[in-house]
Write a protein that binds this ligand. Sequence first.
Ligand code: PEP
Ligand code: MN
Length: 339
Amino acid sequence: MIIIMKPSATGSEIDLVVQKLKEKGFGIHLSQGVERTVIGAIGDKSLLQLETIGMLPGVSEIVPISRPFKLVSREFKAEDTVVKISPQLAIGAKQKIAIIAGPCSVEGKAEILEAAIVVKQAGAVALRGGAFKPRSSPYSFQGLGEEGLKYLAEARKQTGLPVVTELLDTRDINLLAKYADVIQIGARNMQNFELLKEVGKLKKPVLLKRGLSATIEELLMSAEYILSEGNSNVILCERGIRTFETYTRNTLDLNAIPLIKKLSHLPVIVDPSHGTGEWDLVMAMSKAALAAGADGLMLEVHPRPDEAMSDGAQSLKPETFAQLIKELRAVAVAVGREL
Ligand code: PEP
Ligand code: MN
């Protein structure tokens, strides 16, 4: 449930409500909005006489949250969340649309530097690249590990682009957090609950990708794991789901954008590269994603896609990416956003 405090409620009135709820074993999550404070209380309501809380000074209203996800819900927090990634970059609400771009994998120092420079020149605001790769086959390239993270940090130093990179294993969390600006949790790990709990204990932004066969409710429940540990810097990513269609790698579910925005305050971005699996479908689906209200895009771009060690078929060439950004600016304007 949430306890909505009156706009005039004082700090000590808020503290008293929090104390009473804690005494009954409730987990407390405070949301201090511009106009009012909302206290999210998660626990066993049967242990509490709601009227006693309703009568405390400063309390305006007690509202039950009917959905299984609580902290990520719009009921808990009406305003859009803005996730700050660097002093120059924030994602969500009316912030500029963010384009995160780079190769699927970090393949070497020269390659990632080259990719970082070209995506920055074209207008990307963050660099993506996997150092730990979740591959369907154990015989495929598994990523460069820490060496790859170091190259990403070097690329950030040279271009100023914040780095988004995937965490596969709880054992690597401190190592990865040392280098990454945003920790990516990939589709295959969306329901790795131990991993979610661990990234929830950090303050670092998390990019949570939708699982291959996950419902939107399951995606939101996974985000709830992260928020319930104290980290509300979560960006959700629609990256396509498995359907009966085989002509595309996945079916990009654009419904997810307006639907998640209705259900949750968290920012939503779209990955049309994994969502389609084919570079020549990425342009159209990127535009569609922005038109549907996405707060950003994550795109695979490779200086030479035919030489890529993973996902070359869905990677854009630098020139195509630069052209796409130009076309996306017009779509952004049409939906009242900037890029
Ligand atoms: C990726 O972004 O590199 C990736 C592996 O994507 P996904 O987890 O969506 O398959
Ligand atoms: Mn990829």
